[in-house]
Design a protein around this ligand. Structure first.
Ligand code: UDX
Length: 876
């Protein structure tokens, strides 16, 4: 296994640039077809075949559990024997549109609404209430462009269009039976041989259709929308804000929370309870909740099981629109409903717009993936069935009820059944499944190449193989919008686009406010008036909640938060009280669009309340406001030239920010240094970065070159063993002079895998003072003298005493370290009754109720408030 692992690791990785639409770009292993034998001794089952493919062997070797290994073996064997997938599927698309090359589309959905989507090889025109429009197009004897073959078919009727004419000899108008005239439409097919011709042809069609713009449509009842929200993470207040802005009593909201996200689930169950209309439903139970990993086959399972529930729940909705926690509308509810009403029965998906084979390979559609252990394992090549057109792009869609009924039918036809078998083993399945079914089914003519979304793709930032931990593939993600993107969003909204992604208030809440104020100016006016109201320009996001059993929390975060809970109570009395403090919640707090601090909510253990009279005055629940102490300084001549310098964990390369807001670094963390230099510095700049451990030993010395393209960047500390606990120092050296220094805390852990750490584990993790750093001896000598004036004398810490601290009073040691790094600011009374106290304790006298503060997680947050949540927005 080691040998296989080593060889796989050494395989040269070739990265291709990512695709235009779609969330992945592939990493190709050269020699991936090489045959390797699986080492059967690591398996406790007999494989059903000889697994030889290099990718499958690698996956089986890396998988941890026998169950997962067996699943990978079974799928691989079935694939090797050509038993896994259908070899041929039949398209049942009634209109063979005969596209040549890459089709793109143009749609005209209503006589007075011409939508121009992308340059097109075909056009679907449909006018539910305008036979004249059909006639006008159908009667055209042709488009006078060289290089274009065209034909037009007209149909009447909605559910099963009846083909009634073939150009040039007839028109819809003439042939539509009276009762069907109301829903006349047509299909224009063009085979474009010359690429230069496309826009002219489209312009011609647009002109043609525009002529009919005076035809008034008969009022149709407005459609009802069923939103499928698939959400993950802890941004529950943003999800509530999203529901609030989308809310309409006639819509349905079905929410799927990733099965591993306890906090989000609990928060949204509360919303479900509070919405009296009963139109907000949260998926419950193991059969309806899935651990929907990024890019996983489970995302399609989630979609389909949720859609089935949505059909069962209500027979009234017309369109299913799926959204995530990071989507937000860019048009009002009225505009969306109007648009969808004019396009009843259509299906909105976004196609990749590229050469099909290129899309297939980049998207990994020619590979089999197996999902287990919350990971997508790549197990080898596969052949897609003949006879159908594979299509895909984005997995954000708006699908008609008819189509949803078709794809979720418990007795699917051969096409859907065959495609479901394929997509069970497909990466990012929802990016291709619906497109492919649409292209090859009787719904083919309802395909509109528009997913109603504008997506903030910045491939250079978003394609960093950041999902390596969950998929054997390099995935891409769009960036978050920021307030400077508002005009771009407004421009997008001029097209038939209704949603944008991604938005995260922890990155930029002001853009969300700006979009909302632009969409609902009357709300803006009132919220301007309310701007001074508490909570309007704040945001809170949970980091930890004591009721969560999943996902597991970082032990360093738990250790530091726990210490802060103790420190909060220490304000009110002796050490004794603080020892009985229990951590309830940790929350990151943002104000005026910036991270401002951490809030820790704590309680006294019930038994201590009962047993001690001393504590009678002390509130049962407290919340404290914590800020980080400044920990970096620059030499005088570099003031203003180094804009930031920070060491932390969970660096997000896409958003170029740390996501560990508490800044808790433990012995097992992987610290990253980020820096930003002012553009005015003389470039290139050659720097040395010295990492010095709490015992003043040089742990690492690295070289950093800053040039125009890397004024802002990051660098990892590459050490394999646990970090020595205590205060670390980082020195930035330029031309043998110290220009900046920074210290950071590596906190010893009181928790190990979310449980109290055992003495034995604590010795192993927290007491790692004997470790040896492999710094090149010349480098070490060079820096030894340099560091002398800055660092304390060598080995100042008495190892004996350090060890005894670890055993005897680990918490005391941690609390001291935490106090040196964090500043405890205000404290409020979070007790449910939060009473005014008669007390002699000065600290207690000043204690405000948390609900009365403007910073507490219990203070008002009008944006995400329950009371305003399930109410209709008024539009001017
Ligand atoms: C991009 C594309 O926009 C999307 O089309 C594709 O499916 C994934 O890649 P990205 O921003 O990377 O999106 O993904 P993200 O929005 O974070 O996640 C996609 C969906 O999966 C969301 O609904 C999210 O809630 C859900 N998800 C993600 C989970 O349920 N669990 C997870 O662990 C991760």
């Amino acid at each position: 296994n080691e040998e296989i692992g080593r060889r796989i690791k050494n395989t040269h990785q070739l990265k291709l640039p990512p695709d235009k639409v779609g969330s992945s770009h592939r990493t190709l292993n050269r020699n991936r077809t090489t045959r390797i034998k699986l080492d059967r001794s690591s398996l406790d089952f007999v494989p059903m075949c000889e697994v030889t493919g290099r990718e499958a062997v690698s996956a089986i070797t890396r998988a941890q559990s026998q169950k997962c290994k067996e699943r990978i073996v079974n799928v691989t064997c079935l694939n090797q024997q050509n038993l896994l997938y259908p070899t041929k599927l039949q398209s049942s698309c009634p209109h063979s549109l005969g596209f040549v090359g890459t089709p793109t589309s143009l749609g005209c959905y209503k006589d007075d609404k011409i939508s121009r989507l992308l340059p097109s090889y075909y056009a679907i025109f449909k006018s539910n209430n305008s036979p004249e429009l059909c006639a006008s197009v159908c009667l055209q004897s042709g488009f006078p462009f060289a290089g274009v073959e065209y034909s037009v078919e007209c149909f009447c009727g909605k559910a099963e269009p009846q083909k009634i004419s073939q150009l040039p000899d007839s028109s819809c108008d003439m042939k539509c039976p009276g009762n069907l005239k109301q829903s006349c439409g047509g299909y224009l097919t063009m085979n474009v041989f010359s690429t230069g011709i496309k826009s002219t042809v489209i312009d011609h069609i647009i002109t043609l259709l525009s002529r009919n713009s005076s035809v008034k449509s008969v009022e149709e009842p407005p459609v009802r929308v069923a939103y499928l929200l698939t959400v993950n993470g802890r941004a529950s207040r943003q999800v509530k804000r999203l529901i609030s802005i989308l809310y309409d009593p006639s819509h349905l909201f079905y929410i799927h929370v990733d099965a591993r996200q306890d906090y989000m689930y609990r928060e949204l169950l509360e919303v479900e309870k509070k919405c009296e209309n009963k139109n907000v439903i949260v998926a419950k139970g193991t059969s309806l909740r899935h651990a929907s990993i990024w890019g996983g086959a489970s995302l399609l399972t989630t979609f389909l099981t949720s859609a089935r529930q949505m059909l069962l729940h209500s027979s009234h909705w017309d369109f299913l629109v799926n959204l995530s926690e990071s989507d937000y509308p860019i048009k009002t509810n009225v505009q969306l409903v109007e648009f969808l009403t004019a396009n009843r029965g259509m299906n909105f998906v976004k196609s990749h717009g590229r050469e099909v084979q290129r899309f297939l390979t980049k998207q990994g559609l020619d590979k089999t993936f197996v999902e287990c252990e919350a990971r997508m394992w790549r197990v080898g090549d596969r052949k897609l069935p003949r006879g159908i057109q594979i299509d895909g792009g984005s997995d954000w869609v708006a699908l008609s009820r008819d189509f949803i009924e078709y794809v979720t039918d418990p007795h699917p036809d051969e096409l859907v059944d065959g495609l479901l078998r394929i997509f069970r083993y497909t990466l990012l399945p929802a990016e291709s499944f619906f497109h492919t079914v649409l292209r090859n089914s009787r719904f083919c003519d309802t395909y509109i190449d528009n997913n109603l979304h504008v997506t903030n793709w910045k491939r250079k930032l978003g394609c960093k193989c950041q999902y390596k931990a969950v998929v054997d593939w390099c995935g891409c993600s769009p960036n978050d919008f920021k307030v400077e993107d508002l005009s771009r969003i407004k421009n997008a909204a001029e097209k038939n686009l209704f949603f944008a992604r991604k938005f995260e208030p922890i990155i930029d809440q002001r853009i969300i406010d700006a979009v909302e104020n632009w969409l609902y100016p009357e709300m803006a006016n009132s919220s301007n008036a309310l701007m001074n109201i508490r909570g309007q320009d704040s945001y809170w996001q949970s980091l930890y909640h004591h009721k969560d059993s999943s996902p597991s929390v970082d032990d360093a975060l738990l250790t530091v938060s726990d210490s802060l809970a103790r420190l909060a109570y220490r304000r009110f009395g002796e050490l004794d009280i603080s020892k009985k403090a229990q951590l309830l919640e940790a929350t990151s707090y943002f104000r005026e669009n910036r991270f401002t601090g951490i809030l820790v909510r704590a309680a006294l253990h019930r038994f201590s309340m009962e047993s001690s009279t001393l504590m009678a005055d002390v509130p049962e629940h407290l919340e404290i406001f914590i800020q980080m102490r400044r920990n970096f300084s620059t030499s005088k001549s570099w003031l203003g030239k180094i804009l930031s310098l920070s060491v932390n964990t969970d660096y997000d390369q896409k958003e170029q920010t740390f996501r560990n807001f508490l800044g808790s670094i433990g012995p097992l963390s992987n610290p990253v240094l980020t820096y930003e230099f002012d553009a005015a510095i003389v470039l290139p700049l050659n720097l040395s970065i010295l990492w010095v451990d709490p015992l003043n030993r040089l742990a690492d010395a690295s070289f950093l070159q800053v040039d125009e393209s890397t004024l802002m960047g990051y660098m990892k500390l590459e050490l394999n063993e646990p970090l020595v606990a205590g205060v670390w120092h980082l020195y930035v050296v330029f031309e043998e002079k110290l220009i900046a220094k920074l210290n950071f805390l590596v906190v010893p852990l009181t928790y190990w895998q979310n449980r109290r750490i055992s003495e034995e584990k604590s010795r192993e993790i927290n007491h790692n003072t004997q470790r040896i750093y492999h710094v090149n001896s010349d480098v070490a000598r060079r820096w030894h003298n340099f560091l002398k004036p800055y660092a304390l004398p060598e080995h100042p810490v008495n190892l004996e005493s350090m060890q005894s601290k670890l055993v005897q009073d680990l918490e005391y040691w941690i609390d001291n370290l935490v106090t040196s790094r964090y500043n405890i600011g205000e404290v409020c009374d979070a007790s449910s009754m939060g009473r005014r106290r008669k007390t002699s304790n000065a600290n207690l006298k000043l204690l405000q109720r948390c609900v009365d503060t403007d910073w507490s997680s219990l203070s008002p947050d009008p944006k995400s408030d329950f009371r305003t949540l399930c109410h209709n927005r008024k539009e001017s």
